[in-house]
Ligand binder design. Structure first.
Ligand SMILES: O=C(O)CCC(=O)C(=O)O
Ligand SMILES: [Fe+2]
Length: 309
């Protein structure tokens, strides 16, 4: 199978079961501006920053600290079960939110594993080649988080940015967008390309860890989110990564004399720390040598301006 390496539209009919479509539709209820998460009062959202040791995080994008201006967005990050926080945010009625998140998480985990093996299989990588995937190749120890993003309508969309250009620190990210455009990916030669929402379709973005694992054969995708003058945009990112303390390095089958390992081994935990410190220079900070084709990492943005005016 030929994969488009910058972003893939994963047709749900092919890659998953119809239950995932139910889940994505249910998001309209739990995320709708007049519905749930983002309609909470500011104190309630702020409170969710501080409960239960950061398993549920509300706030501005983590990458905000690298930019002088605030981004036009807010987000909830959910690690593991949302139950404890949802109980506190909606004491009378938390089960719908939890049910949708938990069902979605279950479906995404299955889809992420399938996508991993489709992509690795295309490189001739089999279960024996990825020890940390486990004897059954089910990536049992894999870790994931769900990131709910909200981009309110913006009166001056040309002067604001929803989410500035970045690559994800994941193996892959499976993205659901509501019916409002905003996601753009960067392609060499073409510049910023809009990835419009297509009903019942998810977008798959390659993250930095798959870039490392594939020794650059699956380059991570530089992407950003624009805002809209009249429409409130919502997106849900399923951030999929390896077990936090497993060393990720270029797979030995992909390395030889003419294809030396381009990156040193790094754990997800370590890489997240590196990203928090170096942001767009994170991937090159773990690079061992320049690829023979001379191309630098997309994460270095190939000279692309990551800010906005
Ligand atoms: O909202 C989007 O389309 C992009 C979200 C994103 O890039 C992220 O959550 O990392
Ligand atoms: Fe992202």
């Amino acid at each position: 199978m030929q994969w488009n390496s910058w972003a893939m539209h994963a047709e749900l009919g092919v890659c998953s079961k119809s239950r995932t479509m139910v889940s994505t539709r249910a998001f309209s209820t739990v995320l709708n501006p007049r519905g749930r998460a983002f309609s909470l009062s500011h104190p309630a959202k702020a409170q969710s920053c501080s409960i239960a040791g950061g398993r549920f995080r509300y706030g501005v994008a983590r990458i905000s600290s690298f930019f002088p201006k605030l981004m036009w967005s807010e987000g909830f990050t959910i690690f593991g079960s949302p139950l404890e926080h949802a109980c506190q945010l909606w004491p009378q009625d938390y089960s719908n939110f939890c049910d949708v998140i938990e069902e979605y998480e279950k479906e995404m985990k299955i889809l992420a594993r399938r996508l991993m093996w489709l992509m690795l299989g295309s490189l001739d990588i089999s279960k024996e080649d990825v020890k940390w995937a486990g004897p059954k190749g089910d990536f049992k120890g894999a870790n994931a988080a769900i990131q709910l993003n909200s981009y309110p309508a913006c009166p001056e969309p040309d002067r604001a940015m929803g989410l500035a250009a970045h690559t994800d620190s994941t193996l892959l990210t499976i993205l659901y967008q509501n019916n409002t455009s905003g996601l753009q990916v960067h392609r060499d030669g073409s510049g910023w390309v809009t990835v419009p929402p297509i009903p019942d379709t998810l977008v798959v973005n390659i993250g930095d860890l798959l870039h490392i694992l594939s020794n650059g054969l699956y380059p991570s995708v530089l992407h950003r989110a624009m805002v809209n003058r009249t429409r409130h945009r919502l997106s849900v990112a399923y951030l999929y990564g390896p077990p936090p303390n497993v060393q990720i390095s270029p797979l030995s089958k992909l390395v030889d004399l003419t294809h030396p390992p381009l990156y040193r081994p790094v754990t997800w935990t370590e890489y997240l720390g590196t990203k928090a410190k170096y942001f767009d220079k994170a991937l090159s900070s773990v690079r061992l040598c320049v690829p023979l084709n001379g191309l630098v990492d997309v994460n270095d943005h190939n000279g692309v301006e990551v800010g906005w005016t």
